[in-house]
Design a protein around this ligand. Structure first.
Ligand code: NAP
Length: 260
């Protein structure tokens, strides 16, 4: 069993862009990079020494691994389009936390998952060494290869099956997507009053630092935790002008109140 050495990357979005460059830096050969956007394909191909492809018909057989880092809903249709281009022996994985690996099964018997559990944005360079890489394949040999590939880019590699990954993704949506949305709401509220968002940054950092050592439940503070109704009423009165934020405030206040 060997680490997949030559990889074709389908997708040059947030994940494709960072993962492709990291795999290349770790010594993997990136054979082709596909994006429908010629500029994105060219830029990532240049950064990884790969050939750029803008049509799936240009994808060649023979790579030891095909990584689909594309929108969740595009995984199955793209796999279907790739099937006639590749051999039945081709190993094909996707990078989605929320999509079962089995969407690939009708097209490629050697299918699996290579899911980096982190939030990726093009403009922000991630530190791959600490990112949990969640790998899975029903084919033992491919799973072993994915684990080896994961270890080339990170110290944190985990076998997580489809069911576990679906649950992990729900939790990730809470801690990242929803938290970030709440940061956005905080910023909007301050913008409205011409106050700088930077005032909140130490608070955001401390919130995250605390949960590294203590359970989040024990670290909860604020009016909902204390049951300070007068404060909650004042906050809701302020939020009347922003019905969407008011709704979010009410839902979260109720959720916290039900716990303590
Ligand atoms: N961003 C994250 O934080 C993150 C973290 C872990 C896992 N993931 C997963 O990684 C995958 C990619 O996410 P992302 O954030 O990189 O997405 P993204 O930045 O929005 O990029 C999506 C990519 O999908 C391609 N695409 C969309 N529809 C397509 C279609 N019909 N045919 C071919 N290509 C298509 C786009 O191609 P064009 O460039 O041609 O438009 C683009 O390259 C998703 O499955 C996501 O769940 C994301």
């Amino acid at each position: 069993m060997a680490t997949p050495q030559n990889i074709t990357l389908i997708g040059a979005g947030n994940v494709g862009y960072h993962l492709g460059r990291r795999l290349h830096a770790a010594g993997m050969e990136i054979v082709q990079v596909f994006s429908r956007d010629a500029e994105k394909a060219r830029e990532l191909a240049e950064a990884t020494g790969a050939e750029a492809a803008t049509g799936l018909e240009q994808i060649q057989p023979g790579a030891s691994l095909y990584i689909l880092a594309i929108a969740d809903d595009a995984i199955a249709p793209v796999a279907q389009q790739l099937q006639p281009k590749l051999t039945v022996e081709s190993a094909v994985v996707h990078t989605s936390g929320a999509t079962p690996s089995t969407v690939l099964a009708p097209y490629f018997p050697k299918y699996g998952i290579f899911y980096p559990l982190q939030t990726f944005s093009r403009e922000r360079e991630p530190d791959f060494s600490t990112i949990p890489i969640c790998i899975y394949s029903p084919k033992q040999e491919l799973e072993g290869q994915l684990a080896m590939l994961g270890r080339q880019v990170s110290q944190s590699v985990h076998r997580i099956d489809d069911e576990q990954r679906a649950v992990l993704h729900v939790a990730a949506v809470f801690v990242n997507n929803f938290s970030n949305h709440l940061f956005h709401i905080g910023q909007e509220i301050l913008n409205e009053e011409q106050l700088p968002f930077e005032l909140l940054l130490p608070l955001i950092r401390e919130t995250v630092d605390k949960v590294e050592r203590h359970p989040p439940k024990a670290m909860q503070t604020g009016p909902a935790r204390r049951g300070d109704q007068e404060t909650i009423i004042r906050h809701l009165a302020y939020l009347k002008k922003s019905p969407n934020f008011e709704k979010v405030y009410k839902v979260l206040t109720k959720s916290i109140g039900e716990i303590y």
